[in-house]
Design a protein around this ligand. Structure first.
Ligand code: NZQ
Ligand code: ZN
Length: 386
């Protein structure tokens, strides 16, 4: 096992009817900017619950943060923070609203002229404006981590940012929120969380026995609850296990002391930036090809995953490893998620070359768990997804 240091300061408030507790977490003298997305919270009652809980607190609102939070929109929110002397941010939404809020937390205290530099120059946020979240969509884990991904439509870019100053102070996780989530977003959430675990697990063995079993248990739980969540989102037991699995998949715990891959996300983010494909679906497109291309380097963990998660007992190590890729792809299909780029766009020609060029331009010359994948490798992997 590799050395590690681990601190996660986010307070989780989990369970039925917990949204009313938001009031206990926000300083009473704060001036709050409540941020939300395209309006789902106004239809499903979450908006009222939050507003009622905030009675007596000074609140300004900013709605309209789109999926794949957009820089131009966020700049408008930044202006509100400055004009209204906001001191505290409250995200009410899924990963997009929470990520947008993290960007604002950082940008509000940023001293440079152009906040986009936080992303392009990889500026780590040591201190941001304090913020909390009310999660409405289990998927990204953003509610308990310090990362964010921001999109700039103008330039078709989608870049990551983060730093120890960007953990939410608290996150409220009421699994009942999932009843109003459309099927497509439920499938996305399951797929995203599943892939988060894979990114931190499907590498090479380093004797992280507990981390491996944490990862496998999250995968097994997601597989077990997926059909139940999709069939009946009001099944509270399934909903609560789904929600907690998504948070645990990317709150920093399972990655400690083990290598991480993240190449699937790096290629996937480009597919969202270029074609607007939902984040989770880009991961389902890249994963099978990525594992086939890197079969030799990953076959030990692939075989372990086949045995322990999918109960594959037949064949040698390579057979099992190959079966693992097939099982994973079948799991995505079972959720109604297509796994070829051509299922999403007919305009895919040249995509692999474009992604390879972008990686080269950014100096991403070695990605994956061994920093061994070059832009040319990424090009070949993306071609395999057509
Ligand atoms: O905008 P509204 O109207 O609220 O509708 C949203 C949106 O259309 C809807 N929704 C959310 N909660 C709902 C609901 N509809 C009905 N009932 C509810 N309770 O769902 C749609 C998608 O929401 P979004 O927040 O975009 O989804 P998700 O949570 O999947 O977030 C995706 C974003 O997170 C980034 C992705 O790249 C993408 O931009 N990621 C963030 C990560 C992180 N910070 O750690 C890691 C991930 O790998 C990912 O990259
Ligand atoms: Zn993801």
């Amino acid at each position: 096992m590799n050395n590690f240091e681990f601190k996660n300061p986010t307070k989780i408030i989990f369970g039925k009817d917990t949204i009313e507790k938001v009031n206990e977490e926000i300083p009473q003298d704060a001036k709050v900017l409540m941020l939300y997305g395209g309006g789902s919270i106004k239809k499903n009652g979450i908006y009222e619950q939050v507003k009622n809980a905030l009675t007596g607190v000074e609140v300004v609102e900013f709605g309209g943060i789109p999926a794949n939070p957009e820089y131009e929109t966020l700049l408008k929110a930044l202006q509100v923070i400055k004009d209204e002397n906001i001191t505290y941010l409250l995200a009410v939404g899924g990963g997009s609203v929470i990520d947008g809020t993290k960007f604002l937390s950082s940008a509000a205290l940023y001293e440079g002229d152009t906040p986009w530099d936080i992303l392009t120059e990889k500026i780590k946020t040591e201190k941001g404006m304090p913020f909390g979240t009310v999660l409405t969509l289990p998927a990204t884990g953003s509610e308990m981590n310090s990362g964010a991904v921001i999109t700039r439509k103008e330039t078709k870019e989608k870049l990551g940012m983060g730093g120890p100053g960007l953990f939410p102070q608290f996150s409220i996780l009421d699994p009942q929120v999932i009843v109003s989530i459309p099927q497509r977003q439920l499938a996305n959430g399951l797929t995203d969380a599943f892939t988060h675990v894979l990114e931190q697990y499907m590498t090479y063995p380093v004797g992280g026995l507990l981390q491996d079993r944490f990862a496998e248990s999250i995968l097994q739980t997601l597989i077990e609850v997926a059909p139940k969540v999709v069939k009946d989102p009001s099944n509270y037991e399934a909903a609560s296990n789904f929600m907690w699995s998504c948070t645990m998949a990317l709150n920093g715990l399972i990655k400690q002391g083990v290598p991480g891959d993240w190449a699937i996300h790096m290629m996937g983010h480009e597919l969202t930036a270029l074609f607007g494909i939902d984040h989770a679906r880009t991961l389902a497109v890249v994963t099978p090809s990525h594992y086939k291309y890197n079969f030799e380097a990953k076959k030990e963990k692939l075989a372990q995953y086949a045995e322990r998660v999918w109960n594959v007992t037949e064949g040698n190590q390579e057979d099992k490893a190959y079966a693992a890729i097939e099982k994973t792809e079948a799991f995505f299909h079972q959720l109604g998620i297509d796994t070829k780029l051509s299922d999403y766009t007919s305009d895919y020609k040249g995509t692999a070359e474009e992604i390879s060029k972008r990686f080269t331009d950014r100096g991403w010359n070695g990605i994956g768990e061994r920093q061994a994948l070059t832009p040319q490798d990424a090009e070949k992997i993306v071609k395999m997804t057509y």
